[in-house]
Design a protein around this ligand. Structure first.
Ligand code: AMP
Length: 115
């Protein structure tokens, strides 16, 4: 059995978070250290450690996470100005929490390439 993670504890309401959207399979909540005026994390309720470990059977769930991020962006008023979706994988990618999450960033122009 997979051990709980910080984000699975948030999904189970064992740790507080500023939740902005929920579906049967996903939760979206504000990042505790926002890097933009809107910075939301979209996580699956089941634990996938990182995209590198996702299986083909999880393809539908992975697509669901992107659509939830899209819906949250619209809900938070980012459609007109745009936004960025980011998944960090492994140490060079900047991953710090081993529970797959899509960062939704918006509300200011975002530089490219990222640092
Ligand atoms: P990553 O570096 O891609 O693994 O992203 C992890 C993100 O989780 C970081 O942006 C953190 O600021 C965020 N984070 C860590 N703890 C919490 C928490 N308790 N509630 C909300 N976001 C968190």
């Amino acid at each position: 059995m997979t051990s709980d993670t910080l984000f699975s504890k948030i999904a189970k309401r064992e740790i507080p978070a500023d939740i902005v959207h929920e579906t049967d399979r996903a939760l979206a909540f504000r990042d505790i250290a926002p890097q933009a005026p809107v910075h939301v994390l979209v996580v699956p309720k089941t634990i996938i450690p990182r995209i590198a470990e996702a299986s083909p059977e999880q393809a539908e769930l992975l697509g669901h996470l992107l659509l939830v991020a899209r819906d949250v962006a619209a809900k938070l008023g980012l459609d007109a100005t745009g936004y960025r979706l980011v998944i960090n994988n492994g140490s060079d990618g900047g991953e710090t929490v081993p529970h797959l999450h899509v960062h939704l960033l918006g509300g200011r122009p975002l530089a490219w390439p990222p640092g």
